[in-house]
Design a binder for this molecule. Structure first.
Ligand SMILES: O=C(O)CCC(=O)C(=O)O
Length: 262
């Protein structure tokens, strides 16, 4: 299952321009790399323009949802659509969407954990629905958004639902780069699945973002780490048999004692 990550530098407050760039990248990447799945970062339509987000946000998922569905259908590609600002019933959410290669929406998720360090709770509403796995090409997987990575319960819930891949879409800042890398490796080791992340590069409003998008195998080895600064495409093929093998070799899921700590 070949992955292609768009470690993107987002143009703040310019959703049309960012959509244009994503459309061009998907076309070029599908033609050059023939991936099965492409992955976009967090808030890739607007960046973290929080005070103006209401102006730039999609309305009930549009136009970004239709745009990604069109690309998926046109290029026959599965899309982990990062996330985007999305106004629904008067509130703005940080919403993720997953579209399969027929253009069908297979999952929608509103970021649950809002970031106090960024004043997110002042501008955004948190998701209220339980996380679920979804399937692409017969493989179960899950997606979380940036700060969600700090909550191991969320990633574990997806593993217990059968996820073999965890996607992390992010705008993680450089000042906490060490946490970004260590937490992803920990999630991969403890849940014995692949972790595939897409973080932005560049800076906005005094914050520099860490890039360093990762592809980590279920043993915790980093197969790819993106540059800290450059916009780039990161690819790797995943061998899902490894998930089964490692879960057999080190059977932590059989050893769990949930009655004693849940
Ligand atoms: O948890 C962190 O250090 C970064 C979180 C973040 O930037 C985000 O969720 O957008």
């Amino acid at each position: 299952m070949k992955q292609a990550i768009f470690q993107m530098d987002i143009v703040a407050g310019k959703p049309e321009l960012n959509r244009l760039r994503v459309g061009k990248w998907i076309k070029e990447t599908v033609e050059a790399e023939h991936p099965d799945i492409v992955i976009l970062p967090e808030m890739w339509t607007t960046a973290y323009t929080l005070p103006e987000l209401e102006l730039y946000a999609d309305r009930d998922g549009e136009p970004t949802t239709g745009f990604l569905q069109g690309l998926a259908k046109n290029y026959k590609i599965n899309i982990i659509g990062g996330s985007f600002a999305n106004k629904k019933e008067g509130k703005v959410y940080n919403s993720s969407i997953v579209v399969n290669c027929n253009g069908d929406i297979v999952y929608q998720y509103d970021k649950i954990h809002l970031v106090p360090m960024l004043n997110e709770p002042q501008y955004l509403a948190g998701g209220t629905e339980k996380v679920k796995v979804f399937e692409l090409d017969g493989v179960k997987m899950g997606v979380i958004i940036c700060y969600d990575l700090r909550f191991p319960e969320l990633s574990r819930s997806l593993a217990l639902q059968g996820a073999q891949i965890l996607y992390v879409v992010a705008e993680w800042p450089s000042v906490r780069l060490g946490h970004w890398q260590a937490l992803q490796i920990a999630r991969a080791i403890e849940n014995q699945y692949y972790v595939v992340s897409c973080n932005r590069v560049g800076s906005y409003d005094g914050e520099t973002f860490a890039g360093s998008s990762m592809i980590i195998n279920p043993w915790g080895n980093s197969l790819r780490i993106g540059s800290e600064k450059l916009e780039e495409t990161i690819t790797a093929s995943l061998s899902l048999n490894l998930v089964t093998k490692i879960r057999k070799d080190v059977p932590v899921f059989d050893s769990r004692m949930p009655d004693l700590y849940e």
